[in-house]
Design a protein around this ligand. Structure first.
Ligand SMILES: [Zn+2]
Length: 168
């Protein structure tokens, strides 16, 4: 186990069967930092590189972090525990993946080298629910609007006025 290099060198790491782990901070990931409020919390990452069928580089990994987001029901903060794990096979073409079993997620990829931070970011972002909400029944923000917004003009008030002006 060793720290994770800044760039992933896919074939080179896979051929050597390298295993990395590192504890990042949320603020190390610019695209995650922008959407959460707990930027000083930890992000635990483990990545194992290996070759499948001698020619398909793969990354098996797991990530663990908490993200504090706005609950889409009550708009208060909700803290979600995310624990994405993956087993990715990087293919040059689709035919290459035909022999792989269903435990693999396949990615068409031409790049031998790419950013570790961006790679981890993508895996975290797809694990965040589209509509983050509290698991308990929180109160919808629609039900707790300020009182003045609930005061509606009486629709009959205009009618009343019309009647009055007809009488005059
Ligand atoms: Zn809520």
């Amino acid at each position: 186990m060793q720290g994770i290099p800044e760039n992933i060198k896919l074939f080179s790491f896979a051929k050597k069967g390298l295993i990395f782990s590192h504890i990042y901070k949320v603020k190390d990931f610019p695209r995650i930092r922008d959407i959460v409020t707990n930027i000083n919390d930890e992000v635990k990452v483990e990545l194992s590189f290996y070759m499948e069928d001698n020619n398909i580089p793969c990354i098996k990994g797991k990530i663990e972090l908490k993200v504090a987001l706005d609950c889409q029901r009550c708009l208060d903060e909700v803290s979600l525990h995310l624990n994405p794990s993956f087993n990715l096979a990087f293919l040059k073409n689709e035919q290459q993946g035909e022999g792989l079993d269903s435990s693999f997620e396949t990615i068409l990829n031409e790049n031998e080298e790419f950013s570790t931070i961006e790679f981890i970011t993508d895996e975290v972002l797809i694990s965040i629910p589209m509509i983050p909400m509290h698991s308990h029944e929180c109160v919808s923000y629609k039900d707790k609007q300020p009182i003045e917004e609930q005061k509606r003009e009486n629709p009959f008030a205009i009618l009343e006025q019309l009647k009055k002006s007809n009488r005059e």
